[in-house]
Design a protein around this ligand. Structure first.
Ligand code: NAG
Ligand code: NAG
Length: 200
């Protein structure tokens, strides 16, 4: 059940972008994914640049997911694809639905037996600011070329607007007026002596 859901998500993500180029691999994934993903691989995903009291995704900006894959199989496994979706979970048992399909990325990273690899998956999106569930999936290939779809991340994140100051050119114009608080009383007085005639 879970793997069916993941494979559906993956199909959606892939179709959203490079449909033709991915057609072959999508077919294989569709055939393989319904198997239970009993691959001894663990995946941990972090958002080192986006974690400020929870994961924040800034509209229109690249979000970098750092995905660590540990291979506990006795043979190497390959990472083929990472993709995902932003999902709105229905309240009180209502159906959840996909709000955005994220652009899937293709990889050809081999993770040797017993080893770990860390890769980055970068995506950007533009949705109404809100809390959504971010579901990331990784498609892995075992040494017999069978494909497995594993969940790489499945948590609630917050979509926020970019702070306007980032784009505000005023931010980069050096202020001509020294901030009074930074200066000690004497310096400040000197600066304004001409006007105020005060002395130190
Ligand atoms: C996600 O992709 C699927 C398949 O292409 C499409 O049916 C669905 O409308 C997409 N959802 C969004 C929100 O783009
Ligand atoms: C992702 O999280 C949702 C909500 O917590 C849960 O219903 C779903 O089964 C999870 N999916 C996977 C693949 O873990």
């Amino acid at each position: 059940m879970v793997s069916w859901k993941i494979s559906t998500l993956l199909l959606l993500s892939l179709r959203a972008l490079n449909a033709l180029a991915q057609a072959e691999i999508v077919e294989e994934v569709t055939e393989e994914a319904p198997q239970s993903p009993n691959l001894k691989v663990s995946i941990e995903t972090k958002f080192p640049q986006s974690e400020i009291f929870g994961v924040k995704i800034i509209n229109g900006h690249a979000t970098q997911a750092v995905v660590s894959i540990s291979n506990d199989e006795p043979t190497p496994v390959g990472l083929s694809i990472i993709g995902g979706s932003l999902i709105q979970d229905g309240l009180a048992g209502a159906e959840s639905h996909i709000v955005r399909n994220l652009t899937a990325a293709r990889y050809s990273t081999e993770i040797p037996a017993g080893a770990s690899e860390t890769i980055t998956y970068t995506f950007s999106t533009e949705v109404h600011p809100q809390d959504l569930r971010l579901q990331l999936v990784a498609v892995l290939k075992d040494s017999k070329d069978a494909f497995y779809t594993l969940s790489a991340y499945n948590e609630t994140i917050t979509v926020v607007e970019a702070p306007t100051s980032i784009f505000d050119p005023q931010m980069y114009v050096p202020s001509r007026t020294p901030a009074p608080n930074v200066l000690d009383g004497c310096t400040e007085s000197l600066l304004y002596t001409a006007i105020s005639h005060s002395s130190c």
